[in-house]
Design a protein around this ligand. Structure first.
Ligand SMILES: [Zn+2]
Ligand SMILES: [Zn+2]
Length: 556
């Protein structure tokens, strides 16, 4: 039987979680199918959860298998959760990549800053451009978001049109770029949209997001009334916000000093492309010390409490050029990404302890999210009028809320899926028809390790309860040839009564050994196991925690 053509969708990341967005669309028969990849992002790991892991990436086993059938990889916008995995994963795919000018330039600047990063050619698509890749004709539609050149993708196929919203919001007065292209989206709706795959990040928030212009007004007021130095931190990629801060600084007769490499990098790219036209020149951090307190504003990285970023170093008084003191004002024009709250709280508390005033979005409109709230989601559905809606870009709660909203708004088919689900969009009713390999990879130093490997779990156990190493030398009669050696790492030195943990472990080794029947003592494996159990048990009795225990038995 000759296969019939199907239109398929599958998320390999970003659905059921926030971060590491990677979606694929397939068109064709089972025998002849082509794939379009949309975005290739990362998630950030929390140190407690995944010690030593810098980044989390989607597992692309499936795409590596299908490499020859991939028509292209399109990036919707330059945020790390959409492009951050490209440097590590592209060499395994080597497929053509497409992005708009700012996204491409920002990526290139980042790539050049990473030692040893491979060369990755990016095909630049003009703003509002169109691209044909195999059976997919893709229109880039302008949407407002929190970085320049965010795009929704209208993907035309012989089986119908899919709107992949990417990250978006409705903002009639964004500070940078055009508002979300309502006319284009309505026209698409008139034409008939089969499926909408949409951003669910803020699906739990009622109403409509405030505008970037309102944020700019608040920032201007706070910067104008600041009595001494001002530092503002925000996401470096939020060029509209950088503009708002710079304009507010100029109105208050302050010079802007950029602090932090990511901030410098984004500002340079934005300047080259023209997104900072008319904005005063920025000064480098060296200028900071020469400017009077009421004539300077430091625009810093570190809004997420990253310990090595500018603001954290300033808060710890470890920055070589930039210092703050009592009476200065720090504005967090940002919100902590889930998982970073503790780190951000530490920076804020550190600043307040020094008498520095800290302003956050809890009390002032100094930040708005770049994602649509419920009224905006309804508006999008109204424009596009899809037959099928699949919530994406969100955790389970966000996906469900988005789905419920879509059902109430009258979308005929609403389908909630998860990473790895293969969804058939056409022909017939939309349905999950298969599961494809998916998962996570961890960037651990310079290596990518599979999330299922035991490495990181072992590291977490080590950090929780430490390790005891025991070395035993046995002679051929099954007696100790030397005193056992015991080494403890990461354990308390003594128990509650002051007895040394090392002595407790050593006694446990000897007791365990002596209580073994003599013939068994000649079996190194049996000795190792008995000793291991005894040491863990003895320590658990005093500590209520069980360390990892390694026993090495040498026979001499
Ligand atoms: Zn984004
Ligand atoms: Zn995103």
């Amino acid at each position: 039987m000759a296969g019939y053509d199907e239109l398929l969708f599958a998320p390999l990341g970003g659905v059921g979680e926030i971060g590491m967005n990677l979606s694929i669309y397939g068109f064709g028969s089972r025998q002849r199918r082509q794939w379009l990849v949309v975005d290739c992002g990362v998630s950030f790991a929390s140190e407690e959860h995944l010690p030593g892991v810098d980044l989390i990436l989607p597992d692309i086993r499936f795409l590596i298998e299908e490499r020859k059938n991939i028509a292209g990889l399109v990036i919707t916008h330059g945020h790390e959760d959409h492009i951050g995995a490209l440097i590590d994963l592209w060499p395994r795919l080597k497929v053509p990549v497409y992005a708009t000018p700012f996204t491409a330039a920002l990526f290139e600047a980042k790539r050049l800053s990473e030692p040893g990063a491979p060369e990755i050619p990016i095909n630049v698509v003009p703003i509002r451009g169109r691209l044909t890749l195999g059976p997919f004709a893709i229109d880039f539609i302008n949407v407002a978001h929190s970085t320049p050149e965010s795009n929704a993708l209208a993907i035309r196929t012989p089986a119908g049109i899919v709107l992949h919203t990417g990250d978006w919001k409705i903002d009639p007065t964004p500070l940078l770029g055009a508002p979300t292209d309502a006319a284009k989206l309505s026209a698409l709706g008139d034409e008939g949209v089969l499926a909408l795959i949409g951003d669910s990040t803020n699906a739990v928030r009622e109403g409509h997001s405030p505008s970037e212009s309102d944020v700019a007004k608040t920032l201007a007021e706070l910067i104008r009334t600041a009595p001494a130095r001002v530092a503002v931190t925000t996401f470096a990629s939020h060029v509209g916000r950088l503009r708002a801060v710079a304009d507010a600084a100029r109105a208050a007769d302050r010079e802007v000093v950029l602090v932090g490499r990511a901030m410098e990098r984004v500002a340079q790219v934005a300047r080259e492309i023209g997104y900072l036209d008319g904005v005063q020149d920025f000064r480098s951090a060296e200028a900071y010390g020469y400017l009077p307190p009421d004539k300077v504003l430091a625009l810093c990285t570190g809004s997420q409490g990253e310990p090595r970023a500018a603001l954290s170093r300033i808060a710890r008084d470890e920055h070589p050029e930039v210092t703050l003191s009592r009476g200065d004002r720090v504005i967090f024009s940002s919100r902590a990404i889930p998982g970073n709250e503790k780190a951000v709280g530490e920076v804020i508390n550190g600043l307040i302890t020094q008498g520095i005033e800290v302003i956050t979005d809890r009390t002032h409109l100094v930040h708005v999210s770049g994602h649509p709230r419920r009224e905006e989601l309804r508006q999008m559905i109204g424009w596009v009028r899809p037959q099928i809606l699949i919530p994406a870009h969100g955790e389970a709660l966000h996906l469900n809320e988005h789905a419920e909203l879509a059902r109430r708004a009258g979308v005929p088919q609403v389908l909630v899926c998860r990473n790895g689900d293969l969804v058939r969009l056409a022909p017939g009713k939309a349905a999950i028809v298969d599961e494809i390999p998916s998962g996570r990879l961890y960037k651990d130093g310079s290596l990518l390790v599979n999330a299922e490997s035991r490495t990181i779990g072992a590291r977490r156990r080590l950090s929780f309860a430490g390790i005891v190493s025991v070395a035993l030398a046995l002679d051929d009669k099954g007696a100790f040839a030397a005193d056992p050696e015991v080494e403890l790492v990461g354990l308390p030195e003594t128990d509650a009564t002051g007895v040394s943990m090392a002595d407790i472990a050593r006694d446990a080794v000897e007791d365990a050994f002596e209580s073994m029947p003599k013939p068994r003592r000649r079996d190194p494996d049996a000795v190792a196991e008995a000793v291991r159990r005894a040491v863990r048990g003895a320590i658990a009795q005093r500590w209520n925690k069980k360390p990892i225990c390694h026993v090495h038995v040498l026979t001499v």
